[in-house]
Design a protein around this ligand. Structure first.
Ligand SMILES: Cc1cc2nc3c(=O)[nH]c(=O)nc-3n(C[C@H](O)[C@H](O)[C@H](O)COP(=O)(O)OP(=O)(O)OC[C@H]3O[C@@H](n4cnc5c(N)ncnc54)[C@H](O)[C@@H]3O)c2cc1C
Length: 389
C-alpha cells in the first residue's frame, strides 16, 4: 500500500519500450509502480521491430542513468554515416556541422534488445512486472482513485487501485478505449503506399543503406550482428504472397543498383502501410497515454521508439513533481507538451517520407512531385562528386 492507501502509485499497462522505460524512471525515483504486460517475457524479448534509436532517445535514457540499456550498440550520426544510393550513385548526407562535444549520437539497437535490457534492469532493481496479464480493463480513470482489473497468468482475477494509470499498450491496446468517444479525436494521414518489410538472417554491411530509385524506395538496416531488415516501397494493395524471397532480393539489388552479397533466409515479411496517426488528448482524468497508444509516426523517420521515450520522460517528470512537491503543473500540461512534440516530429517525418518516396517511382505521385522531391533531397546532401570525363 502507498501512503494514499492505493495498491501502487502508477499502474503501467503495457511492457513495451514506453511502459518499461517509464517503469524504470519511476523505480529509480522510488515511486511505486506495477507494469502489466499481456504477453510472456519470452515473447516480448523476441519480438522484432525497430532497429534505430535517434539521438533524442539515447539522450533521454542517459539523463535518467539508463544508458546501459543501449550500451554496446553501434552509435553514430544516424544520417551522416548512412549511404544514400540515388539511381545507384552513392551520395553522402550533408554534415550538420555539429562539433558540440556534448552532442549525443543515435544508436542502432534492435528493439528487442532494448526491451530485454529494460526488463533486466527493472527486475534487477526490484520492479514489479507482471507478464501474462489478460483482459486488462481500466475503471474510474476520471476519479481520484482509478482501478485496473486483469486476470493473472494463473487465471485469477486481480484488481489494482492507484493514483495514475499509464496507457502504454501500443496502437492496438485497450487503454485508449477508456477515453470516451466524444472526448478522443484521431487525425490520420495516409501516404498512399506501403513498405514490404522483411527480416533476414544475414547481417547488413554497412549497418544501414537507403536507396532512391525509379523502381521505388529501398533500404536495408541492421538488426544486430546476424540479422537485418529489408524495406521496399510497394503499392498498398500488394500482399506478402506476391513477394517470394527471390523477388525481394532481386528488387533490392535493382533499387540499390549494385550487387547484394549478404543474403540469408527471409524469416518474416509483412506489408506495412505508411501513415501518421495522432490521438488527442493524451490525458483523460488520471489516465495518461504514451507511445504508440497515442500516436504512430511514419517508419521512415525511425522515431517511434524515440517518441515513446519522450512521453515516458515527460510523464515520469510530471509524476515525480506531483509526488515529491504536490505540484500538478506538469501533469496538467502533459498532453499539450507531448502533442506539441509529436506534431513537430510528425511534420519532419512527413517531409522526410515524401522526399524519399516521391523522388523515385513516379507511378505514385507523378513527375512534378518527383522533381520537387529531388530538389528537396539535394539540399540535404553533400554536392555530388564531379563525373570523370
Ligand atoms: C516494422 C517496424 C519497424 C519499425 N522501425 C522503427 C525504427 O527503426 N525506429 C523507431 O524508433 N521505431 C520504429 N518502429 C516503431 C516502434 O516499434 C514503435 O513506435 C514502438 O514499439 C512504440 O513503443 P510502445 O511501447 O509505445 O508500444 P509497443 O512496443 O507496441 O508496446 C506495447 C506493449 O503493450 C503490450 N500490450 C498490448 N495490449 C495490451 C493489453 N491489453 N494489456 C497489457 N499489455 C498490452 C504489448 O504486448 C506490448 O508489449 C517500427 C515499427 C515497426 C512495426
Amino acid at each position: 500500500m502507498t501512503e494514499t492507501g492505493r495498491d501502487t502509485t502508477v499502474v503501467i499497462v503495457g511492457g513495451g519500450v514506453a511502459g518499461l522505460t517509464l517503469g524504470n524512471f519511476l523505480l529509480g525515483k522510488g515511486i511505486g509502480c506495477v507494469v502489466l504486460e499481456k504477453h510472456s517475457r519470452d515473447y516480448v524479448e523476441q519480438r522484432q521491430r525497430a532497429g534505430a534509436l535517434d539521438a533524442n532517445g539515447v539522450r533521454v535514457l542517459n539523463e535518467w542513468g539508463l544508458g546501459e540499456a543501449v550500451e554496446g550498440y553501434s552509435h553514430g550520426d544516424s544520417d551522416a554515416g548512412v549511404p544514400l544510393l540515388i539511381d545507384g550513385e552513392e551520395r553522402q548526407w550533408r554534415m550538420g556541422g555539429g562539433d558540440d562535444e556534448d552532442e549525443v549520437d543515435g544508436a542502432f539497437c534492435p528493439q528487442q534488445i532494448l526491451v530485454r535490457n529494460l526488463i533486466r534492469i527493472f527486475l534487477r532493481d526490484g520492479g514489479d512486472l507482471r507478464f501474462g496479464a489478460q483482459d486488462v480493463s481500466l475503471h474510474d480513470v476520471d476519479t481520484e482513485q482509478p482501478t485496473v482489473r486483469y486476470r493473472d497468468a494463473d487465471g485469477s482475477s486481480r484488481t489494482l487501485t492507484c493514483d495514475f494509470v499509464a496507457g502504454s499498450d501500443g496502437f492496438r491496446g485497450v487503454s485508449r478505449t477508456a477515453v470516451p468517444d466524444d472526448v478522443l479525436t484521431s487525425s490520420t494521414y495516409e501516404f498512399g503506399y506501403a513498405w514490404l518489410s522483411a527480416m533476414t538472417q544475414a547481417p547488413a554491411d554497412p549497418l544501414a543503406v537507403l536507396a532512391v530509385h525509379s523502381r521505388g524506395f529501398a533500404a536495408r538496416i541492421t538488426r544486430g550482428p546476424h540479422a537485418s531488415r529489408l524495406y521496399l516501397q510497394c503499392p498498398l494493395t500488394d500482399t506478402v504472397e506476391q513477394w517470394p524471397d527471390e523477388r525481394i532480393w532481386n528488387e533490392l539489388e535493382a533499387r540499390f543498383g549494385r550487387p547484394v552479397e549478404s543474403r540469408g533466409p527471409i524469416t518474416s515479411r509483412q506489408v506495412v502501410p505508411l501513415r501518421g496517426v495522432v490521438f488527442s488528448p493524451m490525458r483523460h482524468g488520471r489516465l495518461y497515454l504514451l507511445g504508440d497508444a497515442a500516436h504512430l509516426i511514419s517508419p521512415m523517420s525511425a522515431e517511434g521508439m524515440s517518441l515513446a521515450l519522450h512521453d515516458a520522460d515527460a510523464l515520469a517528470k510530471a509524476v515525480v513533481r506531483q509526488v515529491e512537491k504536490n505540484d500538478s503543473t506538469l501533469l496538467d500540461s502533459y498532453s499539450d507538451t507531448c502533442l506539441n512534440h509529436t506534431w513537430e516530429r510528425q511534420a519532419s517525418a512527413v517531409r522526410m517520407t515524401q522526399t524519399m518516396h516521391d523522388s523515385g517511382d513516379t507511378t505514385y505521385e507523378g513527375e512534378f512531385r518527383k522533381q520537387i522531391a529531388r530538389k528537396n533531397l539535394e539540399t540535404m546532401l553533400e554536392p555530388a562528386a564531379p563525373h570523370a570525363s
